[in-house]
Design a protein around this ligand. Structure first.
Ligand code: ZN
Length: 90
C-alpha cells in the first residue's frame, strides 16, 4: 500500500481502529482527526470499539492524566506502541 501525500478523505474500519491509540493518546493531527470523527459518527461498531479502548485506558488513571494533558509517559507509550499494528507508521 502506498502512502498518498494528501489526507485520505474517508477511513474504513481497519484504518479507524489503527488510529484509535493515536486519538486516545492525543497524537492525531487535525487532518487525521476530522475523518476519524466522521467515521465514528457513522459507524456504531467503531464507536463501541473506541469506547472500549477508552475504558481500558481509563483503568490507567494515573497515566491517563498525563495523556490528557499531552504529556506522554514513556513506559506507557512504549506499551501502547507494542499494541499498535507494526505495519502502521504515523
Ligand atoms: Zn467503522
Amino acid at each position: 500500500m502506498s502512502s498518498p501525500s494528501h489526507p485520505t478523505p474517508a477511513l474504513d474500519c481497519v484504518q479507524f481502529r489503527r488510529l484509535i491509540p493515536l486519538h486516545v493518546g492525543g497524537d492525531l493531527s487535525d487532518a487525521g482527526q476530522h475523518p476519524f470523527d466522521h467515521h465514528a459518527s457513522g459507524c456504531g461498531d467503531c464507536t463501541e470499539h473506541l469506547a472500549g479502548y477508552r475504558a481500558q485506558c481509563g483503568l490507567l488513571s494515573t497515566y491517563g492524566r498525563d495523556l490528557e494533558s499531552g504529556r506522554r509517559t514513556p513506559d506507557l507509550w512504549s506499551s501502547i506502541e507494542r499494541k499498535l499494528d507494526h505495519r502502521w507508521r504515523p
